[in-house]
Design a protein around this ligand. Sequence first.
Ligand code: AGP
Length: 369
Amino acid sequence: EQIEKGGYDHFMLKEIFEQPNAIKDTYRGRMLVKEGIIKMAGVDDNIEKFLNANRVIIVACGTSWHAGLVAEYIFEDLARIPVEVEYASEFRYRNPVITNKDVVIAISQSGETADTLAAIKLAKANGAFVFGVCNVVGSSIARETHAGAYTHAGPEIGVASTKAFTTQITLLTLIALKLAKVKGEISNTNYRYHLQELELIPEKVQKALESDEHIKAVASIYKDARNCLYLGRGYNFPVALEGALKLKEISYIHAEGYPAAEMKHGPIALIDENMPIVVIATKKGHYEKVVSNIEEIKARQGKIIGIVTEGDTNVKKLADHVIEVPETLESLSPLLTTIPLQLLSYHIAVMLGKNVDQPRNLAKSVTVE
Ligand code: AGP
């Protein structure tokens, strides 16, 4: 097992550090930057299904559901295709309206999640075209779907999903860009710019990983917190949800993710000097609005950990700590902002002596309801 961990203390840490390569493996051979081409057999062979779809319904659970939420932003923003993101467990039991004009995308690292599999069967029975985004080759979901694409992230052993998440987002971004291009919804310049920026993401993830020691120091300050809030807006709202999930599942600290603007509709009541709040406040998007959320937290003595764009000075003045990530397009920023949140949870859990790779009560794939 030590050999399999490749010199890392835990599989989770190894998998966090594998992300630059994993992301590259996801787009390798599919994204030809110079030529401006995205090719993916599962999409290319079924392009009419995607183009004629009334909407896309994404079904998934847990971290994969969070990747689906990021995809909702990018599909709607770039490709102008309406998207609904559903918990597979709810979708399968609430008598949903599904037609043969729907495209269902099922996202699953393991390809074995029982609820996602059942949602796929239901969608198929109602005539929808079902596309799978899986990591495990030959898995049940890969076999049950009409078509699909693998993330090629390599084996993910840690129960807490890390590289599966960023590779799912990468793959879904490729699909959204492809559809945006074919539909003529994106300008050639913007399309090319996205491809170039996506190609740079692995080295930017590498840069984000270099903050590991700093993140460890921040973790040591907050490891005894009882609760933690994660806030983000737009593309980074799902990242806030994912950050909170990572912390709770491996450290057993109660954490909640919220859209930053929702704070004033309830969670603000929780804020006092004992509440650490991780705020994703990268430039672009809703930066000014998030900065004003940070001011509101500060006024209530909350402890602020800001995830910021390299060189940011505004948030630095207000936050107790900042963790920098390189600059990129807003639509690609989840691939970078996720990294410090994974490391923060990891270090807190290790400092608390928890079983990082196999947290209590959890299984890597949930093959029962
Ligand atoms: C995430 O860290 C969890 N392990 C969990 O939420 C997981 O993402 C979920 O069970 C879905 O698994 P899947 O991607 O294999 O379908």
